[in-house]
Design a binder for this molecule. Structure first.
Ligand code: BTN
Length: 277
């Protein structure tokens, strides 16, 4: 149920003077967001996908106070209690080939890390490919769902879903050792409105930079924020678990892992567990 009429908001990223991110201060480009607010939905990604299928333009945003069936990566659920976290999905329509949609994981995680930094005042880092961490615990997760009309067509729309743990004090048992929130880390509650505003501002800035300058500057910033390279990891992939030392993330965004025998594996998709966390 829509809790209010759609709100149009233009965030001029160049005016975000408190921003931690260089793109925001450089960019004069603004992105117009059309925000749809809900009290409770199953998943903001599902609502955004429906709107996208109905022709909603790039910049359409769905925000809910609660999700009853929040979706995580790899078929998991995303804990979404009312009023504790930020649950936001953004419709994008970039003119890039379907194969390059994974680049948006890097754009989004850099923006989300900047937003977490601005709201918490703490140094947020990124675990490959797009988990935002405070310390070694996850504070923000990203689920990107892309559509194309057919196997030969380009992208039709992309829904970028972001869940940020803002004021959560506890988590379900299965993630209680790995998840955290901004409130827990900084020792005091934070404003959901501020989190939303900072997130949209940073998304507008970094996505604008990506459209203008391509993937290279995004990856440069991502590598600065990365906490994966150099660590001992176990990566769950579709082909099994790869264990070894994370060497680097290459120019396409793939993770290079060196096994004990020195052989290197290039991983395009997977879930990283940091051994020494
Ligand atoms: C992950 O597993 O790390 C990704 C979590 C993504 C959660 C967000 S919350 C807003 C949007 N709606 C969903 O159902 N999922 C994403």
């Amino acid at each position: 149920m829509l809790s209010g009429s759609d709100i149009r908001r233009q965030l001029c990223c160049g005016k975000e003077s408190a921003s931690a991110d260089p793109a925001a201060s450089e960019s004069l480009q603004s992105m117009e967001f059309i925000i749809h607010r809900f009290e409770s939905v199953t998943s903001t990604n599902d609502v955004a996908a429906r709107l996208a299928d109905e022709g909603a333009p790039e910049g359409t945003v769905v925000v809910a106070r609660e999700q009853t069936a929040g979706k995580g990566r790899h078929g998991r659920s995303w804990s979404s209690p009312a009023g504790e976290g930020l649950y936001l999905s953004l419709v994008l329509r970039p003119e890039v080939p379907f194969e390059r949609v994974c680049e948006l994981a890097f754009v989004t995680s850099v923006a989300a890390a900047d937003a977490v930094k601005l709201v918490s005042g703490l140094p947020a880092r990124i675990k490959w490919p797009n988990d935002v961490l405070l310390g070694d615990r996850k504070v923000c997760g990203i689920l990107i769902e892309a559509r194309r009309q057919s196997a030969v067509c380009g992208l039709q729309s992309v829904v970028v879903g972001i869940g940020m743990n803002v004021n959560n004090q506890e988590f379900p048992p299965e993630i209680s050792q790995t998840a955290t929130s901004i409130a827990l880390e900084r020792g005091g509650s934070a404003s959901l409105e501020e989190a939303e505003e900072k997130l949209l501002s940073c998304l507008g800035a970094w996505y604008g930079k990506y459209l203008r300058e391509g993937f290279a500057p995004i990856l440069r910033e991502w590598r600065i924020l990365d906490c994966t390279a150099g660590r001992e990891v176990a990566v769950n992939t579709a082909d099994g678990v790869v264990e070894g030392r994370a060497v680097e993330v290459d120019e396409r965004g793939d993770l290079i892992v060196e096994r004990e025998d020195g052989a290197r594996t290039c991983i395009a998709a997977g879930e990283v567990n940091l051994y020494d966390a």
